[in-house]
Design a protein. Sequence first.
Length: 450
Amino acid sequence: MTTPSSDPALDHSPTVSSTTNSDGTQISMTTKDMRRVIASSFMGSMIEFYDFILYATAASIVFGKVFFSNLPPGFDVLASFATFAVGYLARPLGGIVFGHFGDKYGRKNVLILSMLMMGIASIVMGLLPSTATIGIAAPVILVLLRIVQGVSVGGEWGGAVLIALEHAPKKSRGLAAGLANAGGPVGAVLATLMLGLFSNLPEDQFLAWGWRVPFLLSVVLLVVGLVIRLRVAETPMFQKLEEEGAKKRAPIVDVLRHHWRTVLVALVAVLAFTATQGLMTVWGVSESVAAGADPTGVLNWKAVGAVTTVVIAIFAARLSDRLGRRTVIIAGCALGVVLAFPIISLLQTGTVWGFAVAIILGNGFVQGIVYGPMAAFVAEQFPTQLRFTGASAAYQTASTLGAGFSPIIATSLVIGMSATWPVAVFWIAVLVLAALAVLITPEGKDRKIH
């Protein structure tokens, strides 16, 4: 598997150099510097999404029993998914707020704050008493902490991707942004494996304290992430903006006034992967376990699916530097349309092997192909002085609508229709709309983005 620190496509030179790239930005970096940039973005995203996806996995198999045990069967899971969605509702707010400061004061500074917010929220979650202990205060506090997580990860994505993309040469922008983005699935792997490990405990112990340990371990990741992130320099494109005095006073106003169509189209395109993520990694897990699949086996295969996503996403990102972002993303959407009904049927088998095949195809291949080029695809649509705000607004709103609400929509469809085929129809509709949005968007791989 390609790692953030070893891909030769990201190397500028084995020694210090000072050149001007095709975007007009001055670069004075070594190969070691570029590797540090990519590693920082990758590790930061990994840590943030470890915490964020840990909640999603716990919402599938734990929180309904710990915080919503007084609700009827089925509705406890629905309520748990609702708190999961709250975090996604907060992501656009985080993208806009952090985007504003990221476009005015630099990409690096806002990333430190976002990481601190996420880590502290996760640690407090691990210490939160159950509803049986403190009553309704427990789910209320849980929702508030989830909002903090949502705001945090809303700011993290834009900063991590732009740190990588704006340091990289034009010929490997897709790969650089894709590697930064790949930190998310790796964080998902760690979160799933950790929760899966403790799910081997007797059920009463797992529900009493076992699920809390992965949340409390966030303190270790937080310290490591801050040490790495503090060593990275600001991007050359933002530094040039400061030298020229070209920064915007109110980036969100300019984005909404002059780039709202770009935000809307990019948002619809991103739904291809966010809806797939929500359906496969949240609703799919819950549905398979409810159908009779062993929870530990499901979580283990979910981790394998996430590893597959990382490998496929990096390959797709690198391929997009050659074939174009649009070609690769549309291919992923087409694959999803073909596989939607078979994947949903596999989730209904109530077996670990059925879930394994479904998660590899849906999460690994469909999501991976679309996910790889998506970060560069979105970021390349906006000018440097508005890029953090514009890209984050599109990406995080799509995350809210796609990953945040697709599990609720799918669960509601199953409850209302007493069947799972409507979920496949819903998934296909999202993929077709996303492909159409990509088709009407100009290709960005050869664009001068300064």
